[in-house]
Design a protein around this ligand. Structure first.
Ligand code: GDP
Length: 459
């Protein structure tokens, strides 16, 4: 199907050596050609070639920009349409001028994600691959990027397709059973066999789902709360992890008033750090808001870094913190070990109750490496170095896999209880439909629009 022609600046907004205006659609080549002055007409050049020339305003005859233009004819392009990329060498102003000339040529401004959406609509990639393109843009660590890459290559889609094929085979066999009950062969496809096959599918879905926890961490980051009473070294730790002075470090208690969020890569684990405002009773309104927000952050945290001051006796505030952490994965950090210890070893051991304890001196940069190693080992099994990995990491995919799991469980239960096969069949078909939504075989248009609108412009 032919759509209209779209264009957008495909490189990040800001100063760079090169900015690219990308066009896609039936008018892409003639539209670019009307603005282009070079050795050859772009309508005559071979596909997948690049050409030096100028962009000239057809009305005034003025040269706007010196460019290199790539011409890629369908179908071997990202969108499966004709694609032209105009590489501009000047800054933001000139690339915008080129874009506005392009938009005068019967070309429309692309919506966010529209290039990728076309790749999907034209059948070049499926929905899970399109979503992976977005993940790739947002990947925060190398490992997250590998996961997104493997999804773009279709690894997850491959697994899902195989499952659907198995389900289809089951349905076909059941169909035979219903249509020709007199066939002896078909009778083999009894509840027992159906039960076995469905159980196998269930196991496979469980296998994919078991990667979800790590996959989600890699994709979205591990929400990490740094807690501890004022002055214990929270900002110092945050600064260390961020490697730049984004949070205020000061020895006036209670000055880190806002909750600051920062992503850092710790041994391949993307941590979404939430700095907290020191947890204690306070009369100060601004400080109070900070504390309340910290407590909220604590509730949604996947990981808590709880700091204690080695140089002071443990206080009621410290004890309260231990009450607040509940079952959340927590690493205890005993900071200021460069100063004499006033912490009771017995009480500490009792409070810690088996959780990992790291001794640090943030002032002297000691113990931080060990902390990073512990974080990586807690959250990444199989080593941080693993290369191509198929993780399910997208919330939408995880939710659908869970639904599919519950549908196939229904099928298994029905088969087990000796329900007629056509009843079992309904649940198998439902499983098949749900899995189809992952790759976009059975999703409605409004979902498609919603998904692609989350992309950035020009992608
Ligand atoms: P926060 O209030 O918990 O965020 O604590 P800060 O990170 O602002 O640190 C409070 C003070 O303790 C600052 O003056 C830091 O320089 C100091 N500090 C942090 N870590 C250490 C440490 O390991 N040893 C010593 N001696 N001082 C530290």
């Amino acid at each position: 199907m032919d759509y209209d022609t779209i264009a957008a600046v495909s490189t990040p907004i800001g100063e760079g050596a090169i900015s690219i205006v990308r066009l896609s659609g039936p008018e892409a080549i003639p539209a670019a050609d009307r603005l282009f002055e070079g050795k050859a007409s772009l309508t005559k050049v071979k596909s997948h070639t690049i050409h030096y020339g100028k962009i000239v305003d057809p009305e005034t005859g003025r040269t706007i920009e010196e460019v290199m233009v790539s011409v890629m004819k369908k179908p071997k392009t990202f969108t499966r349409e004709d694609v032209v990329e105009i590489n501009c060498h000047g800054g933001l102003v000139s690339v915008n001028r080129v874009l506005s000339l392009v938009l005068d040529q019967n070309v429309r401004m692309a919506e966010p994600g529209e290039f990728t959406k076309r790749a999907f609509l034209n059948g070049r990639i499926d929905l899970s691959q399109a979503e992976a393109v977005m993940d790739l843009i947002r990947a925060k660590t190398d490992r997250a990027m590998n996961v997104a890459m493997s999804q773009i290559e279709g690894k997850l889609s491959g697994l899902v397709r195989k499952l659907r094929d198995e389900l289809l085979d089951m349905l076909a066999a059941v169909e035979v059973n219903i249509d020709y009950p007199e066939y002896d062969d078909a009778e083999v496809m009894t509840g027992k066999l159906l039960f076995e096959k469905a159980s196998r599918v269930e196991k496979k879905i469980d296998g994919i789902l078991s990667t979800a926890k790590q996959g989600k961490i890699l994709r979205e980051g591990l929400s990490t709360a740094i807690i501890g009473k004022p002055n214990v070294g929270k900002s110092s730790l945050l600064n260390h992890l961020v490697h730049e002075n984004k949070a205020i470090v000061t020895n006036i208690p209670g000055t880190t008033r806002d909750v600051i969020e920062e992503y850092v890569n710790v041994g391949g684990v993307p941590l979404k750090l939430v700095d907290t405002a020191g947890i204690r009773e306070t009369e100060d309104i601004v400080e109070k808001i900070g504390v309340e927000r910290s407590q909220a952050a604590l509730k949604s945290a996947d990981l808590i870094l709880l700091l204690l001051n080695n140089n002071e006796e443990l206080t009621a505030d410290d004890r309260r913190l231990f009450d607040m952490i509940g079952n959340t994965q927590t690493i205890i950090i005993l900071n200021k070990t460069d100063l004499p210890s006033h912490v009771s070893a017995d009480e500490l051991q009792r409070l810690v109750s088996g959780r990992p304890v790291i001794r640090t001196s943030l002032l002297q940069d000691k113990g931080t490496e060990e902390l990073e190693q512990v974080i990586a080992s807690l959250f990444l099994s199989g080593g941080a170095q693993a290369k191509t990995e198929t993780y399910v990491s997208n919330t939408r995919h995880i939710a659908l896999l869970k639904q599919a799991r519950s549908a196939i469980s229904d099928a298994i239960a029905a088969a087990e209880q000796g329900f007629p096969v056509d009843i079992v069949q309904i649940d198998v078909k439902r499983t098949w439909d749900i899995l189809g939504e992952i790759i976009g075989d059975s999703v409605d248009d409004s979902l498609i629009d919603k998904l692609f609108s989350q992309f950035c412009l020009g992608k």
